[in-house]
Design a protein around this ligand. Structure first.
Ligand code: NAD
Length: 487
């Protein structure tokens, strides 16, 4: 069977307690390929009742199953096996991800799936390396801390990079001994379902990883209010994060929230302008700009404004080709959906009305099908305009000029987001001072979008709290327990 047929051949059911389960109401929804606007496959639509079943399975697996009590080394071995199966099935997983999201296949094969494998191996290695301490008591007592899993974790993920954004939660949560219910975004449920198949093949015990596909306002709400869920780990929009925080308060769940961004990318006149232009283009074109850390506000020192913009536009035209995600020459695929495309086009209209100067794109390429949009650059943007304040989540860049250091730091920080930022300068004192003053979870100096499994990532302000990646995330999936022996 052709790989593409294999991906689309059978309806996808829910994965609960190690079994493929039909939804009680027998409802299915069609997941759409944004490049063709055609249905890919039917996917089960869970309701609250299936969310409850998945929570019960995860609860049982946590309280009675082997996973949480297993020797951490053995747990790590199972996660290493999952990584090996992902590697064997790389081509299929990459294809699933590209069909479902519109991401170019050349990226999902070389970046998304390999990064997911790195995440699994990195955290498989941590399974037996994250531990408590012995406290300095006198000899009348022995006191220590142990790290225990939090319990049942609901993982709720968005559509923009579904595999990676899910695995960055799933891998550490599993390594620490938790059991999971995963609710992927309804636009892009397929990689989660494929991952469930892989977990089965790799021998993950039943009930440890469950997938319920369905709407956020029913299934998601049930997971965030269910008394048997101990923690919610969420990535998505800031407004949804706020709703989840309110809902989770009723049962005081542990929360980690990775939310939106409107990240400043600052080019000082003494920076390497050619390299900066390459990264400024990548900062808003990669994944069609549907990236939480997109460098969507580009601050350019006015002395080099014209020279820099000429380089930037050249890089956008040469390096970021819009086209069919299956074509190896494509680097910009379609946006996720028709409604999202309309929203992004609405921001472009608004930008023109607000008086920003459109210098590239703003229109759609001449494809007959697919939610495509050309990379779009606005110059002469004021930081107060909607273009500079709201997360557009499309390939739209707002260029803002500045004259001096204090002014740009103030403008860069003038946003309620605080996810990421970038600085280009050859003056390391200036770079360091800017890095310290920017209110963002990541500051990239003379690069942009440098992500690594070992480097903590997350938001200041309304971009959320908690850090993913590295050792830091492990504390979010464990509780510290103090054990005191009085001799
Ligand atoms: P979204 O908030 O609309 O949805 C995210 C997930 O939450 C989906 O699975 C959705 O079904 C579910 N959901 C919706 N309402 C819910 C509710 N009331 N209760 C529980 N679950 C609910 O976000 P999206 O449009 O899928 O993703 C794009 C957003 O994600 C952008 O704002 C982007 O910046 C953000 N994001 C952040 C990061 C980060 O690391 N900070 C990474 C990627 C994306």
């Amino acid at each position: 069977m052709e790989l593409a047929d294999k991906v689309t051949s059978k309806p996808r059911e829910l994965f609960i307690d190690g079994q493929w389960v039909k939804p009680a109401a027998n409802k299915y929804f069609t997941t759409i390929n944004p490049a063709t606007e055609e249905g890919i496959v039917e996917v089960a639509q869970a309701a609250e009742q299936e969310a409850d079943l998945a929570v019960a399975a995860a609860r049982r697996a946590f309280d009675k199953g082997p996973w949480a009590r297993m020797k951490p080394t053995e747990r790590g071995k199972i996660i290493f096996r999952i990584a090996a199966v992902v590697e064997q099935q790389l081509e299929e997983l990459a294809l699933v991800e590209s069909l479902d999201t519109g991401k170019p296949l050349s990226f999902t094969r070389t970046r998304d799936v390999p990064f997911a494998i790195d995440l699994l191996r990195y955290y498989a290695g941590w399974a037996n390396k994250f531990y408590g301490t012995t406290l300095p008591t006198d000899e009348s007592a022995l006191a220590c801390t142990v790290r225990e899993p939090v319990g049942v974790v609901a993982i709720i993920t968005p559509w923009n990079s579904p595999l990676i954004l899910s695995l960055m939660k799933i891998a550490p949560a599993l390594a620490m001994g938790n059991t999971l219910i995963h609710k992927p975004a309804s636009w892009t449920p397929l990689s989660a379902l494929k991952f469930a198949e892989i977990c089965q093949v790799a021998g993950l015990p039943e009930g440890v990883y469950n997938v319920v596909t369905g709407p956020g306002n029913t299934v998601g709400t049930r997971l965030t209010t269910h008394p048997d869920v101990n923690k919610v780990s969420f990535t998505g929009e800031t407004v949804t994060g706020k709703v989840i925080m309110e809902k989770a308060a009723g049962t005081l769940k542990r929360l980690s929230l990775e939310l939106g961004g409107k990240s400043p990318h600052i080019v000082f006149a003494d920076g390497d302008l050619e390299a900066a232009a390459t990264f400024a283009a990548k900062g808003f074109c990669l994944n069609q700009g549907q990236i939480c850390w997109a460098g969507s506000r580009l601050f350019v020192e006015d002395k080099v404004h014209d020279q820099f913009l000429e380089k930037l536009l050249r890089h956008v035209r040469e390096d970021w080709k819009v086209g069919d995600p299956m074509d190896p020459k494509t680097s910009v695929g379609p946006l996720i959906s028709k409604s999202h495309l309309q929203e992004v086009l609405g921001y472009i209209d608004q930008g023109k009305k607000e008086g920003a100067k459109l210098i590239l794109g703003g229109d759609r390429p001449p494809m007959k099908k697919g939610y495509y949009l050309n990379p779009t650059v606005f110059d002469e943007v004021e930081n107060s305009m909607k273009l500079a304040r709201e997360e557009i989540f499309g390939p739209v860049l707002a260029v803002i000029s500045f004259k001096e250091f204090g002014e740009v730091i103030e403008k860069a920080n003038d946003t309620f987001y605080g996810l990421a930022s970038g600085i280009w300068t050859r003056d390391m004192k200036k770079a360091y001072q800017a890095a310290r003053r920017l209110k963002a979870g990541s500051v990239w100096v003379n690069c942009y979008g440098a992500l690594d499994v070992m480097a903590p990532f997350g938001g200041f302000k309304q971009s959320g709290f908690g850090r993913e990646f590295g050792q830091e995330v492990l504390s979010l999936y464990t509780e510290t327990k103090t054990v005191w022996f009085q001799m």
